[in-house]
Ligand binder design. Sequence first.
Ligand SMILES: Nc1ncnc2c1ncn2[C@@H]1O[C@H](COP(=O)(O)OP(=O)(O)OP(=O)(O)O)[C@@H](O)[C@H]1O
Length: 722
Amino acid sequence: MAAAGPGHQGRTERDAAAAELAARLTRLDSAENGLCFGRLDMADGERRYIGRIGIRDDDLEPLLIDWRAPAARPFYAATQWSPEGVARRRHIRLDGRRVAGVMDEDLTGPAGPAADAALLAAVTAARTGRMNDIVATIQREQDEIIRSPHTGVLVVQGGPGTGKTAVALHRAAFLLHTWRERLARSGVLVVGPSTGFLRYIGEVLPSLGETGVLLSTVGELFPGVRARRPEDPRTAEVKGRADMARVLAAAVRDRQRVPEAPVDIEYDGGTVRLRPADCERARRLARETGLPHNEAAPAFRRAALAALARDAAGRYGADVLSGGSLLTAADRRGIQAELAASPEVAAVLEALWPRLTPQRLLADLYASPERLAAAAGGMGAADRARLVRPADGAGWSVADMPLLDEAAELLGEDERAHRAARAEQNAWRAEQVRLAREALAIARGSRTTDADEGEEAEQLAAFDLLDAERLAERQAEQDTRGAAERAAADRTWTFGHIVVDEAQELSAMAWRVLARRCPTRSMTIVGDIAQTGAAGGAGRSWAEAIGPHVGIRFRQAELTVNYRLPAEVAEVAAGVLRRIDPNARPPRAVRAAGRAPWRLAVSADALVPTAARLARRACEREPEGQVAVIGPAALRPVLAAAVAAAGPQDRIAVLDPGQAKGLEFDGVLVVDPAGIAAGVPRGLNDLYVALTRATRWLGVLHGPGVPPEPLSRLPPPPGPAH
Ligand SMILES: Nc1ncnc2c1ncn2[C@@H]1O[C@H](COP(=O)(O)OP(=O)(O)OP(=O)(O)O)[C@@H](O)[C@H]1O
């Protein structure tokens, strides 16, 4: 920092250096936990320590190699068959700064159990409710995806628990390391299915030293509007269809109206007339600009006003003798200016080409079956009826967000809103200049009191270098928010890379939003087609789901090993998967838990209280870990109330399958599986999600009747469970 010179350039360098040092400090702080986790003893005697971040000594020799650096790669990729120059791989377990244990793998001899031991310790540990990074135990097939040099769209398909989320986040960290400068500027966006999920994964990237990433659901991507309104999944599905883009475009065109009969407008004690043909021409000219609706409004107005001015000139300036006009060009311009200022004229033109916000367009469309019929004529009547809702001001649903975003694209900036924003910005700037003047005045006043005479001449004071304007400018330039924060507030921000998790959930309209946010199409997309929920947009393949939005040029990778589910639970889930798709291959579980999944049948009345009792009993039996009660969406509120009624218990989560997506727990109690499977379209997929959340045990609780296959074949719970 001391090396930076004086003046603006020097300041910029100092600011940049300070920002870089602050970022480095954050990285060092956040990577403190488990800083060094591996060592490679190379066959040639070289020794490499592998850690969360890279650290060099004073001579710039590496002390610790960042796990993302090429030199660290053999830690994940070397095998007995392909040792990549490694003789021994050491896994180091730290407790704070103390070495708590080491496990060595000799790559020159036959395969030993050490690597498996480190992995097993990680996957069998009690869950905390927050996802951990997997940097110490990334597996080979995962490593290949994390370090993939592919810069376009990379799709990762994998069954539940195969580490898709973990891999996607580590890939984001890898890309940030590799393309630090570019991505720090443009930012990385991670899209997840729910705020609960984002909270669950929220610590992974910071623990890898990466803090400048924006985590968001699709519902949060439209700044200034929060999606709070509940929505029937069938309505959400209709709103998510690609066809809605056409419907919205038609809805906008429908607002650009031509009157059926001439409109007479009061002017100067008489009237002027706007004819349908003039309007038609004005509309054509405005549409031909190719601008979004609001931005084309001035063109419409200009053409309509010109027509009105011609009409007025014809009426008031006609020379009865010659049949020509008595008015000069300046007179005509004057008339046009008067017409432009007339509130009556403005009201008519506003009605014909109204300036619209996305919210107004959508609320008006939903509230009017006529408008819907005009815009969505190609849609079946039943689907169209799903879109109807009163303009009740009750807010927006998640499925509305991509439609608002699409509408914002179609409408563009409202030039009046733009002017208001500019005025606000100018006022802010004037205030900054005023404050800067004050600051400079104070600096001048304190000049001789702050420094000795001799010293003073040597110093460059602020007022020698700056005038108030420049000082204000500098304040404005110093937007200290990181890219992530700025991106969150700006609908038109484009990201350098986007990670999409649970991508099978995204509708076609949501994909359009993401495609707009990432014109370079640098994306990592992870998901599982078999887990697609009722409103989700994935078809039977990724090509079908994302092809229309990212093109056919994407690379697909697969994860095949399941790290979450014990084999016993995985087998039950595989039975449901076979019913969803007989050709699907379930992932292979890495371990068995030794605890058989069970089922318990109770009377309909006893279902909810028994669920609450079983969940609490499970917590009492096991002093640590998380338990989830997962039931149909309709049952969730009463289940939650029953669990809460028994007293506070922050280790129990009560969820519906949509909310459980992407999460995991030590124990899971699935309540009313038939209700889950039958409740919504793709109910079996929801049941599959519910059954694939447990790292240790799975129980199924149901009312009278037989639960869906293969749950009916599960044994009763071991011991007196209820
Ligand atoms: N290499 C690994 N080392 C240690 N733990 C791992 C590894 N890979 C995955 N895991 C763990 O396995 C669990 C499942 O991972 P993750 O949630 O990423 O799976 P997923 O494929 O996204 O699942 P879902 O489809 O259900 O969302 C997590 O606890 C994760 O930390």
